[in-house]
Design a binder for this molecule. Sequence first.
Ligand code: ADP
Length: 362
Amino acid sequence: PCESVDSMPWFGMDIGGTLCKLVYFEPKDITRDEADAEVETLKNIRRYLTKNSAYGKTGHRDTHLQMNNVSIRGRRGTLHFIRFPTSEMGNFLALAKSKGMANLVTTVCATGGGAFKFEDNFKKEVNMNLAKFDELDSLIRGMLYIETTNPRECYYWSNPTDDSKCQKVPYDFSEPYPFLLVNIGSGVSILAVYGSENYKRISGTSLGGGTFLGLCCLLTGCNTFEEAIELATGGDNTTVDKLVKDIYGGGYGRFGLPGDLVASSFGQMNSKDRRNTVTKEDLARATLVTITNNIGSIARMCAGNEKIERVVFVGNFLRVNPIAMKLLAYAMDYWSKGTLKALFLEHEGYFGAVGCLLQFNG
Ligand code: ADP
């Protein structure tokens, strides 16, 4: 449990391989006495965090995810969701210091690999201790809390292959167990969840969001995730991949493989002529499709082995990424002949940080 259980401010931090997620609880039920007793620094920090949606060059508050009037440990308030690249940790610590945070906060609840990697930096640079929590415990705790608190958290994609009909549909996840939880961050973890305290990590793959972004930067010269997604949106993977019909001239009917199915990801790129005509957009799209379908295929095998029918996909790889979500939705449905359902959550990448904040409860 956290030392600074009662002292504000309340933060939960998930320091991942690519992004650092920070969840901040802003109390809205402050009494007159509390307000009088509150130190100026704390007021300043609150003002700074809640007034801005950009912090420095690289920090962002996801205002569309903000949750008002939530209850945590008997207090009412607002949850704010902030992220910045983990590579900017040095600047973050400098900022925290300049805002007087170092004098105010002695312990921060943290999870993710960075809670270990940066522990010394927190201590040396801002004299803060990290109360460390396991990232998978935090992920599940955070997701269950947000899912039950926000009535519109969980959804699925209907008609994922038909752009004119495809839409987000709310899903009632009030009876969640069992479900498969696929966390697509820099890498991928797959958990089978049977109850709030009962889960196991059954698989994972190193071909994750970090792989998509890394390969995309190499192949297209892009520099950000947003750029990579934008390129992919305007691209066509069928100029890059070899499809079943490129090999068979049509479908492989005997085993039910349609002609438009990818038989070999990037399978056209051995041809010099094809390499000369392919666009950056096509390469970005093919990278996105390759990584996404591979994750979908592993998730499907895991679901089959565990005899679980609902698969919840989370992680920041899904941020601003409807292409990947629709592909996953389609792949789950198609390859399971309709028995598996792909589900998604609005606060996609923030559950670890939320769960960490909640562990204040001890
Ligand atoms: P981690 O905890 O490993 O950092 P996340 O769940 O935060 O994992 O997801 C990181 C992945 O999210 C990246 O590999 C990338 O694919 C994607 N992503 C989404 N938004 C961004 C962004 N602004 N910057 C970098 N990667 C992003």
